[in-house]
Design a protein around this ligand. Structure first.
Ligand SMILES: [Zn+2]
Length: 390
């Protein structure tokens, strides 16, 4: 089991990253530092495994096995993968945008030599979630890195990162893996049934995490089926408005389920740290800290709800994509193999032009959600556009 095993269907990227680790090992001292690129930009569409690849790279950099960098067994590998290695800093944000205060302390941390590993690795997920002012703070660190520091920045595409940062980085791009490769991983690693795994990998459009959830959780599969049955049930504007309200409510419930337990645990911990008993009245001086936490949690819930909604849009797009495939008699596989009958019914009841217009409507709703339009408004307009047209 090597650290690269979970980087599914990305042979080229793995070869590049492994090669970089090997090259830096062959050299010694200053030459090793020079042989290494100190800033990497790892890009790829959601679900392609950006952070999985970045973590595997971080592990291989810290690996202590002399023969196989990224052995997956040594202390360096296991702690780097688990996120507990002293010289690997994982930088993520629950917010929509990184705050500049979140970035500043990292800059001084990046200046320090590694304490035990070969490298100090600064791994930033969602490097696209920065405004220019924050990016410029980061740029200074990426421009003049100490000899033993390596920055790994992840983003959906190179264009999502400021040009000045991009030009300092060595770029690697992940592809959408083949659904078969994703299904193989689910069978090999999670012991799932091959047929269920393949249908889930297709439905999730090769998003490894989603495919795993769909394959393991019948309730998740049922939720997806219910969502994709919605378009066939819309007869007029009234149905569309109801369907929109229903989708928003489901997304909010999903997001709550995902965040509730963690919110409660965080609050209990904060109160404990402040020396307060749960349920008692806090002195005014401490209330601010609790309020701050609650605000952060609210922002996180908003982001979770938006992510759930966006996923629903991607699923709807996959449905209409399949409808179009049938209408154009294109020789490609359906994404929703388990909904072939529904897809054919929708295809028979509309024209390819109407299907394209519906896909546009879903695309517009996604853009509006990303631009922070009230979710209900965006989704209502979309549902209305999905109703049968004359
Ligand atoms: Zn190792």
């Amino acid at each position: 089991m090597s650290v690269w095993d979970e980087v599914v269907g990305q042979d080229e990227v793995v070869a590049t990253l492994r090669g970089a680790v090997l090259a830096s090992r062959e050299a010694t001292g200053d030459a090793a530092a020079r042989a290494m690129s100190h800033a990497w930009l790892i890009t790829g569409p959601p679900g392609s495994g950006r952070s999985v690849a970045a973590r595997a790279f971080a592990a291989a950099l810290q690996c202590t096995d002399p023969a196989e960098p990224g052995c997956g067994r040594c202390h360096g590998c296991t702690t780097a993968l688990a996120g507990t290695h002293a010289d690997v800093t994982l930088i993520g944000t629950e917010k929509v945008i990184f705050a500049i205060e979140e970035i500043r302390p990292l800059i001084s941390q990046a200046q320090r030599a590694p304490s035990q590993g070969r490298w100090r690795v600064m791994l930033m997920e969602d490097a696209d979630r920065m405004v220019e002012r924050t990016s410029n703070v980061l740029l200074k660190a990426v421009e003049e890195p100490p000899p033993r520091t390596v920055w790994l920045l992840c983003a959906p595409s190179p264009e999502d990162v400021l040009t000045t940062i991009r030009s300092r980085c060595r770029a690697v791009h992940l592809r959408v893996p083949d659904p078969r490769a994703v299904a193989d991983l689910l069978v090999r690693r999670d012991g799932l049934d091959p047929d269920v795994a393949l249908a889930a990998a297709r439905a999730a459009q090769s998003h490894v995490g989603l495919a795993r959830r769909l394959a393991r959780d019948p309730e998740a599969r049922a939720r997806r089926r219910r969502l994709l049955a919605v378009p066939a049930g819309i007869r007029g504007v009234g149905d569309a408005v109801l369907a929109a309200a229903d989708l928003i409510e489901t997304a909010a419930a999903d997001a709550r389920a995902a965040t509730e337990e963690r919110d409660a645990a965080e609050k209990a911990e904060l109160l404990r740290n402040l020396g307060a008993e749960a349920g008692t009245r806090l002195p005014p001086a401490l209330r601010g800290q609790v309020k701050q936490l609650e605000d952060d949690q609210k922002r996180r819930a908003t982001r979770a709800q938006r992510d759930v909604l966006d996923r629903a849009m991607v699923d709807l797009l996959s449905l209409y994509r399949d409808v179009l495939v049938v209408q154009l008699a294109a020789d490609v596989e359906l994404i929703n193999t388990d909904l072939a009958a529904e897809v054919r019914a929708l295809a028979g009841g509309s024209t390819p032009e109407q299907t394209v217009r519906r896909m546009d409507a879903v695309g517009v709703a996604r853009e509006r959600l990303a631009a922070n339009v009230a979710p209900l408004l965006a989704v209502e307009a979309m549902m209305v556009a999905l109703r049968p047209q004359g």
